[in-house]
Design a protein around this ligand. Sequence first.
Ligand code: ZN
Ligand code: ZN
Ligand code: ZN
Length: 552
Amino acid sequence: MRPLTYSLLIVLSLTFSKVNAQNTQTVDRPKLVVGIVVDQMRHEYLYRFYDKFGSDGFKRLMGEGFVIKNGHYNYAPTYTGPGHASVYTGTTPAIHGIIGNDFYDKGLKKMVNCVGDPSQTAVGGLAKYGQVSPFRMLSTTITDELKLATNRTAKVIGVSMKDRGAALPAGHMADAAYWYDKSSGNFITSTYYMKELPAWVKQFNSKNLANIYLQQEWKPLLPLEKYTESGPDASPYERKFKGKETTTFPYNLPAMRKDNGDFDLLAYTPFANDYVTEFAKATLVNEKMGKDAIPDFLCISYSTTDILGHAMGPRSVEVQDLYLRLDKNIADLLKTLDKEVGAGNYTLFLTADHAVGENSQFLKDQGVPGGHFSPNRAEAMLREFLEGYFPGKNLIENVSNDQIFLNHEAFQGAPKTSGLDFFIVAELIGKYLMTMDGVANYFTEGVLRQGAFDEGGVKGMIIRGYHPKRSGDVVFVLEPGWMDAWAVQGTTHGSPYAYDTNVPILFYGKGVKKGESTRRYSITDISPTLSMILNITIPSGAIGNPVSELIE
Ligand code: ZN
Ligand code: ZN
Ligand code: ZN
C-alpha cells in the first residue's frame, strides 16, 4: 500500500468514527403523530359537555396534555376544505389556495370541488366518488415535510368520511387517503394513491359494517332528562329527516334509510364515528404505523359532527349525544395507541376545521341579532341593478362563497371604448350590496391587494382568506348571527366571527407539556409546533409560529 493511500484511509476512518460517535445520540422523535380533526367542533363543547364525558377520552387529553383555550381560525371563509388545508399547511387560503369546499374556477369557468380531480378515478368504489387528489393545494403540508425529511420512508395516511377530510391532511406525497363511498358503504381511495386497495382494506370492507350500523336504532346514550346542557329534543330549530314526523329520539335507521339516501344516512349518525374509528385502528395495525424509529403520521377527520351538526345545531340533544359517543371513540383510539405504539411514544393533536354559529332564529328568539341571507336573491337583485346601469353587458359571471366574480371579458379595452371602468363597477356593486339587510361590509379586489397580510379585524381575516388569483372581485361579509337562508333549520359556518373561529387545540403525548393557556393562538400555529416536536422543516407556506409554551 502506498503511503498516500494509507494516510487517506486513516483520515477516512477517523472521519467515520467521528460520525459514528455522533450517531449514538439519535434525533429524538415520536414514533407516530396522530392528527384528529373534529369537523365543526366548537371549543366550548369541551366545557359544556365536560361533566358528562368519561375519564379516558377528551378528559384524558385535557388533563394530561396541553389545552389552548383561545385558539382561532385567522381567516374567513371558515369552511371544511380551507380548514383542513390550513391546519396541515400552517397557512391560510391566501397562500395554500383552498378558498372553499367548492369554488368558481376562473379558467375553467365552472364550479370545482377543492379536492376534485377529473384525471383520477375511484379505487374500490363508484368512479365519481374517487375523482380526488390534493392537487389544488398549493403549499406543502406537515405530512409532506415528514415525507421529505425521511426520504419518503415515513408512512402517511388520511382517514375520513369526507374525501377532503382525508386527502388534504395526508398531503401530496401520502401513501394513502381513504374516505366513504356513499353508494356502497365502503372505504375507498383514488388512483392518485394506488391502483388497487390493499388486501386488508378489502377484507375490512367485506365485513359490511356500514350495513350493520344502519340496522340499528339510534337512542340517546343517557336518559333524555340528563341532557341538561342542551335544549329540548323536540325543537323548531332542528331539521327533520325525510319521512320522520318529529325531530326527536329514537331514530329508527332501518325505517329511515330508503328516504334518506340509503348508505348516505350513516354519515348523519354517531355510528359513522364508530366506523371511522374502527377503520383508523385497522389502518394503524395493518400498516404497522409507529412500530419503528421513523415517525409515521395518521390523519383522522370525524365528519358526522359537521353533517349532523348542520341539521340539528349546537343546542340539540342529538349533537350532545354525538359528542358523548365521540368521547368513547377517542378513549378507544387512545387505548389502541397505548397498546400498539406505547404511551409516551406518540404525539397527538385534536382540533376542528372551523366551529359553528347558533341557529339564527334561535338567536332572534333570545333577543340577539341575527337573520337569514339569500345569496340567490341577492344575485338576482344585483344583476337587475347592474342591467340598469350597463344594459346588455352581463357583468356578473358567478356569485359563490360570498364573492362576486365579474365577467372580465366585458372590461376589455379602455374604459372609453368599453364604457366600463373595473374599479368603478366593483365599488358600485359593493355599495349596492351594503343596502341589503344582513350585509356588514364589502371589500374589493383592489382594497384587499393593498392590505397588509397581518392586518387586524375582519378586513385582515378576509385578506388571509383571499387568494389573489382564485378569489372573486368583490367579497362581502354578513353581520354577526346572519347566515345563508338554507340553514333556517339547523345551522352553518363560514363567517370571520368568534363563534366560527374558536376551536379546540389540544396537544398530547411525546414532546408535549401538561398545562393550558389562555393566550390567543391561530390554527396556523399547529403545523410549526409539530415541526419543532418532529425536528423537521416547517411547511413551505407556513405563517404561524410554534406554541413554545407547550413544547417539552
Ligand atoms: Zn367542516
Ligand atoms: Zn331533537
Ligand atoms: Zn359544515
